[in-house]
Design a protein around this ligand. Structure first.
Ligand SMILES: Cc1ncc(COP(=O)(O)O)c(C=O)c1O
Length: 377
């Protein structure tokens, strides 16, 4: 199923069942979530899969993955609490945000979470203090070529730093357990994972020669979802990864994955309504009841995801529109160049596909609350 048309035909049915619901809303298809779990499990039969909760922290998503026996990559105590609330054992969680709020490390450890990622000496020392003896994944920076949303500036140690940090971790009484990396979000090049695995295989051997036998290679997230352009099939990426893993790592080493977008994106359709249409100079604008501050942040110009859109008027004459959100902020623009039916008008609905990842999750992103407001007189 690689064409956008197949994809739309399969899912537009399910959006049209919701014609009575007031917009905007995100329809999450549970069967699609389950199918995605099956596909990941079948594609990576030897791997342990951790869903990156930051991509979608809605209870129905968490419950579905809980029942599918998926594990969870968490970014905060807030996310851990949401999972505990759904009856998920801390042993199914890995706290893999490389930089953590200190009190949250302590809360997580006391609750029974035992796996933590780090990518700096200071983080390691925080962990030694607040989660003594915990298992560690060292986050290594890798080439993010091929990804639409690179993560390689903010995160990760180079091989030398990682090696030294892992040796130091033993002195601090911690348990160096594995290596982790992220090839960047929405990566469409299977070789990105292979290159990264080759890099960490060399590092793993170096660390081994210094007396540490790392048990886990966590190859992170980055598995692409279907937006405007075609993407490789999940199984195609998996074949490359499985073959490379077999060649590069001893049998006793576990392969872990942390898909976010790839597990949830295509299970969600954001349904919105047109609330205004206006000519501004050369451009015709359509205004929706949802925008970049209320779910479509990834459409924002600095990120630039192009969400596939369908309407009930598809098939007629098309026109170029600027598509904007409802707020009084001039940056609230979903797209400056989208082809949509010319006849669209007040009240018509837009079905925004691939909206299951990093949309509703932004209301409590990474499980971290907004600052409290304290009144000062
Ligand atoms: C540590 C970690 N794991 C997994 C993910 C999920 O990435 P993706 O949604 O690209 O699969 C992220 C995303 O930021 C991340 O930071």
């Amino acid at each position: 199923m690689n064409s956008l048309e197949d994809y739309f035909n399969k899912f537009s049915n399910f959006a049209s069942q919701l014609s009575e619901e007031e917009t905007p809303f995100i329809a999450i298809c549970i069967e699609k979530l389950q199918e995605n779990c099956r596909r990941f499990r079948n594609a990576y039969p030897r791997a342990k899969i951790f869903f990156a909760v930051k991509a979608n922290n809605h209870p129905v998503v968490i419950q579905t993955f809980r029942d599918e026996k998926i594990n969870f990559d968490v970014a905060s105590w807030g996310e851990i609490q949401m999972l505990l609330h759904e009856g998920i054992e801390p042993t199914r969680m890995a706290f893999n945000a490389p930089t953590k709020i200190p009190r949250e490390i302590k809360e997580a450890f006391l609750a029974g979470v035992d796996i933590f990622a780090f990518d700096s000496i200071m983080e390691l020392e925080k962990l030694a203090m607040l989660a003594p003896g915990c298992r560690l994944l060292a986050r290594v920076v890798v080439d993010n070529t091929g990804s639409f949303y690179p993560l390689d500036q903010k995160f990760g140690m180079d091989e030398r730093e990682a090696c030294q940090a892992l040796l130091y971790s033993k002195k601090l009484g911690l348990n160096p357990y594995g290596l982790t990396f992220h090839v960047g979000s929405q990566n469409t090049d299977p070789e990105a994972w292979v290159r990264a695995m080759e890099k960490v295989a060399v590092l793993r051997s170096e660390v081994y020669s210094q007396g540490i036998d790392l048990q886990v290679i966590d190859i992170g997230g980055g598995y692409p979802a279907r937006y405007g352009k075609s993407i490789p099939e999940l199984e195609e990426i998996a074949d490359r990864i499985n073959n490379a893993a077999g060649d590069l790592f001893p049998d006793h080493v576990e392969l872990w994955l942390e898909p976010g977008r790839g597990l949830v994106s295509d299970a969600g359709i954001l349904v919105a309504s047109i609330i205004n249409r206006a000519q501004r100079g050369e451009n015709e604008w359509l205004y929706l009841d949802v925008g970049v501050f209320h779910g479509l942040i990834e459409a924002w110009e600095s990120i630039g995801f192009e969400f596939p859109i369908r309407t009930d008027k598809d098939g007629g004459a098309q026109k170029r529109f600027v598509l904007a959100g409802p707020t009084c902020d001039s940056g609230d623009v979903i797209s400056r160049n989208v082809q949509l039916p010319d006849s669209l008008t007040l009240g018509d609905r837009l079905y925004i596909f691939s909206a299951g990842a990093y949309t509703n999750a932004m209301a409590f992103y990474n499980g971290i609350s907004f600052p409290r407001v304290i009144r000062v007189d």
